[in-house]
Ligand binder design. Structure first.
Ligand code: HEC
Ligand code: HEC
Ligand code: HEC
Ligand code: HEC
Ligand code: HEC
Ligand code: HEC
Ligand code: HEC
Length: 416
C-alpha cells in the first residue's frame, strides 16, 4: 500500500515520502515470528519453471510477461530500475549537508551518501521490488542478508524518495528484508529465518517475479508427461482450478492480497490449492482495523460486498491474471454485466443520458478510487497523512463518487 505524506522543508520543495509501500511493510515490521529453522523453497525438482510452459501455452505465456505479477521483483539493471540517473534528477537531499546520489557505472548502479560533498557510504542496487506501478524499492546484499537501500522511486511524482520503513532526516542502510517480503513479491528462496525474523538466504536461490507455478502448483510431472505424450490433449498431473472450492480459489489470491496476517508456518509453505487458515491468521479485528488499508486488502473488502455474499464470485470473476488489464475499465465493466446484464436479478436503473455510454464504466460509480480512510478501514493517522487513492473492492453505491463522475462526463460531453 502506498500512502503518501507531503513534507515541506526549508531547503526543498515538497518531498514525497512513501510512508508504507505495501501491506507487507507494515506486516514485516510488526511481525512476531512463530517459526525458525530451514524454510521450504519452490526451487526443487517438482517445479519446472515459467519458461517451460511456453511451448504448449504460448498465448498465456506471452501475455503474462507483461503483468505486474511477473515483473514484481527482478535483478537490478538499467532495464528494470525505473528511476532516473540523469543529472539534475539523480539526487535525493536529506538536509543541507547530506545527500544520496543515484549513480550508474557501466552495468552497475549505486546509492552513495555524500556528507558535505564527500562520499561516505555506498551500496549497489542488487534487486528491484515493485513492477513500477506505484513505486519501486531496492535491495542490496551483505553476505547472506538482504537490506533495503535508503532511496526508493515514487512513480506518481516521478521522483526519488526516502524508502518506506526508514525514518526521515538521514539516509540509513539497516533495514533487513525477511523472507516474507520475497514470499509475496517472488516465487521462492532458500532461506533460514531465526527467532528474531532475520533471514539468511542462499543468494542464488531467489526466484524473481510471480511464476506460473506459484498459482498452479508444481508442474514438472505435467511438463514431462505432455512432452512425452504430445497427442494427449487431456491435462495430466496438474491441479484444475475449476475443481477447487471457492475458498481454495480465493485463498490463493488472499495469500498476498489480504493484508496483515499472523503467520503460523514459514514463508513459502503455502502452495496453490491449500487453505490459508492453516498457514496464517488475519491480524485485524475491530480494534486493529485502523492499521488496514484498502490497497492491501482487496480480499477483505470484496468478501464483504453483496456481490460476493450473494453469488459464487471469485477474484477471477473480474480479473484475468494472465493479462495486463489495468486501466481498461470497459473490460472490467463487461464482467459486471455477466451477472448484472439484462434479465438479471439486480440491474442498474441509473440512466445518465443519451450521449453517455453507461456500459463502459460501471467502475467509477461502484468501485471508486477512494482515499483509504473513506471506508470502514481507516488510516492509522488520518490527520497526518494523505492517502493515495485506490480502487476500493467494497462494491456498493457511492453517491459522492457518482456526482464527481457525472460532472466529469458532462465536462467531456461539452468538449465533444
Ligand atoms: C502479504 C504480502 C506482501 C508482503 C509481505 C509484502 N508486500 Fe509489497 N505489495 C504487496 C501487494 C499485494 C502489493 C500491491 C498493492 C496493491 O496494489 O494493492 C504490494 C506493493 C508493493 C510495492 C509497490 C509496487 C508497485 O509497482 O507499485 C513495493 C515497492 C513493495 N510492495 C515492496 C515490498 C517490500 C520491500 C516488502 C518487504 C519488506 C513487501 N513489499 C512485503 C504484497 C506484499
Ligand atoms: C508439452 C506440453 C505442455 C507443457 C510444456 C505444459 N503444459 Fe500445461 N497443459 C498441456 C495440455 C495438453 C493441457 C490440456 C489442454 C489445455 O488445457 O490446454 C494442459 C493444461 C494445463 C492447465 C489446465 C489444467 C486444468 O485442468 O484446468 C494448466 C493450469 C496448465 N496446463 C499449466 C501449465 C504450466 C504452469 C506449465 C509450465 C510449468 C505447463 N502447463 C506446461 C500441455 C503442456
Ligand atoms: C496469479 C495467479 C496465476 C498465475 C501467475 C498464472 N495463472 Fe494460470 N490461472 C490462474 C487462475 C485463477 C486460473 C483459472 C481461471 C478461471 O477460472 O477463469 C488459471 C487458468 C490457467 C489455465 C487453464 C485455463 C486457460 O485459460 O487455458 C492454464 C492453461 C494456465 N492457467 C496456465 C498458466 C501459465 C502457463 C502461466 C504462466 C505463464 C500461468 N497460468 C500463470 C491463475 C494464475
Ligand atoms: C505470491 C503473491 C501473490 C499472489 C498469490 C497473487 N498476487 Fe496479485 N499481486 C501480488 C503483488 C506483489 C502485486 C503487486 C505487483 C507490483 O506491482 O509490483 C500484485 C498485483 C495484482 C494486481 C494488480 C495488477 C496491475 O497491473 O495493476 C491484481 C489485479 C492482482 N494482483 C490480482 C491477483 C489475483 C486475482 C490473484 C489470485 C488468482 C493474485 N493476484 C495472486 C502478489 C500476489
Ligand atoms: C458473480 C456475479 C457478480 C459479478 C461479476 C458482479 N456482481 Fe454485483 N452483485 C451480484 C449479486 C448476486 C448481488 C446481490 C443482488 C441482490 O441483492 O439481489 C450484487 C449486488 C451489486 C450491487 C448492489 C450493492 C448494494 O450494496 O446494494 C451493486 C452496486 C453491484 N452489484 C455492482 C456490481 C459491479 C459494478 C460489478 C462489476 C465491477 C459487479 N457488481 C459484479 C453479483 C455479481
Ligand atoms: C467485481 C469485480 C472485481 C472483483 C471480484 C475483484 N476485483 Fe480487483 N479490481 C477490479 C477493478 C475494476 C479494478 C481496477 C482496475 C483498474 O483501475 O485498472 C481492480 C483492481 C485490483 C488491484 C489493483 C489495485 C489498485 O488500486 O491499483 C488488485 C491488486 C486487485 N484488483 C486484486 C483483486 C483480488 C485479490 C481480488 C479477489 C480477492 C479481486 N481483485 C476481485 C475489479 C474486481
Ligand atoms: C453514474 C453512476 C453509475 C454508473 C456509471 C453505474 N451505476 Fe449502477 N447504480 C448507481 C446508483 C446511484 C445506484 C443506486 C440506484 C438506486 O438505488 O435506485 C446503482 C445501482 C446499481 C445496482 C443495484 C440495483 C439493485 O436493484 O439493487 C447494480 C447491480 C448496479 N448499479 C450495477 C451497475 C453496473 C453493472 C454498471 C455498469 C454497466 C453500473 N451499475 C453503472 C450508479 C451508477
Amino acid at each position: 500500500m502506498v500512502a503518501m505524506l507531503l513534507l515541506r522543508s526549508k531547503w526543498s520543495v515538497a518531498v514525497a515520502i512513501v510512508v508504507s509501500v505495501s501491506v507487507g511493510v507494515l506486516f514485516c515490521s510488526g511481525y512476531t515470528p512463530s517459526n525458525s529453522g530451514k524454510q521450504s523453497t519452490i526451487s526443487d525438482t517438482a517445479y519446472a519453471g515459467t519458461a517451460s510452459c511456453r511451448s504448449c501455452h504460448q498465448a498465456i505465456y506471452d501475455s503474462f510477461l507483461a503483468t505486474a505479477h511477473y515483473r514484481t521483483s527482478r535483478p537490478a539493471s538499467a532495464a528494470t530500475i525505473k528511476g532516473s540517473f540523469d543529472s539534475g534528477k539523480n539526487v535525493f537531499s536529506y538536509n543541507p549537508f547530506m545527500q544520496v546520489r543515484l549513480e550508474a557505472e557501466g552495468e552497475q548502479h549505486f546509492q552513495t551518501v555524500y556528507v558535505n560533498g564527500e562520499p561516505t557510504h555506498r551500496e549497489s542496487f542488487d534487486i528491484v521490488v515493485g513492477s513500477g506501478k506505484k513505486g519501486q524499492t531496492f535491495l542490496y546484499w551483505k553476505e547472506a542478508q538482504l537490506y533495503q537501500l535508503p532511496v526508493s522511486w515514487f512513480v506518481p511524482s516521478q521522483s526519488w524518495c526516502n524508502s518506506p520503513g526508514y525514518p526521515p532526516g538521514m539516509p540509513r542502510f539497516n533495514r533487513l528484508i525477511p523472507a516474507r517480503c520475497i514470499e509475496c513479491h517472488g516465487s521462492g528462496a532458500v532461506a533460514e529465518t531465526n527467532e528474531n525474523n532475520v533471514s539468511y538466504f542462499d543468494r542464488n536461490s531467489i526466484e524473481y517475479g510471480i511464476s506460473c507455478e506459484r498459482c498452479h502448483g508444481p508442474a514438472a510431472a505435467h511438463v514431462n508427461w505432455h512432452t512425452q505424450h504430445p497427442g494427449d490433449k487431456q491435462s495430466k498431473f496438474m491441479q484444475s482450478q475449476d475443481k477447487w472450492t471457492r475458498a481454495q480459489q480465493v485463498d490463493l489470491c488472499a495469500l498476498c492480497h489480504s493484508g496483515i496476517r499472523v503467520p503460523l508456518k514459514p514463508a513459502f509453505s503455502f502452495t496453490a490449492g491449500d487453505r490459508l487458515e492453516d498457514f496464517s491468521r488475519p491480524k485485524y479485528n475491530a480494534d486493529s482495523a485502523a492499521m488496514l488499508d484498502v490497497h492491501g486488502n482487496q480480499y477483505g473488502l470484496m468478501t464483504s460486498s453483496k456481490c460476493f455474499l450473494n453469488s459464487n464470485m471469485t477474484c477471477s470473476s473480474c480479473h484475468d491474471t494472465h493479462r495486463q488489464e489495468a486501466g481498461n475499465l470497459a473490460v472490467f465493466s463487461a464482467r459486471c454485466l455477466n451477472c448484472h446484464g439484462e434479465g438479471a436479478k439486480a440491474v442498474c436503473k441509473i440512466n445518465p443520458g443519451n450521449a453517455f455510454v453507461l456500459h463502459e464504466n460501471c467502475i467509477d460509480c461502484h468501485m471508486p478510487l477512494l482515499p483509504s480512510k473513506a471506508i470502514f478501514l481507516q488510516m492509522a493517522d488520518p490527520g497526518k497523512s494523505t492517502a493515495d487513492p485506490v480502487r476500493t473492492h467494497f462494491v456498493s453505491v457511492y453517491p459522492d463518487a457518482m456526482k464527481a463522475f457525472m460532472k466529469q462526463v458532462k465536462r467531456k460531453q461539452k468538449h465533444t
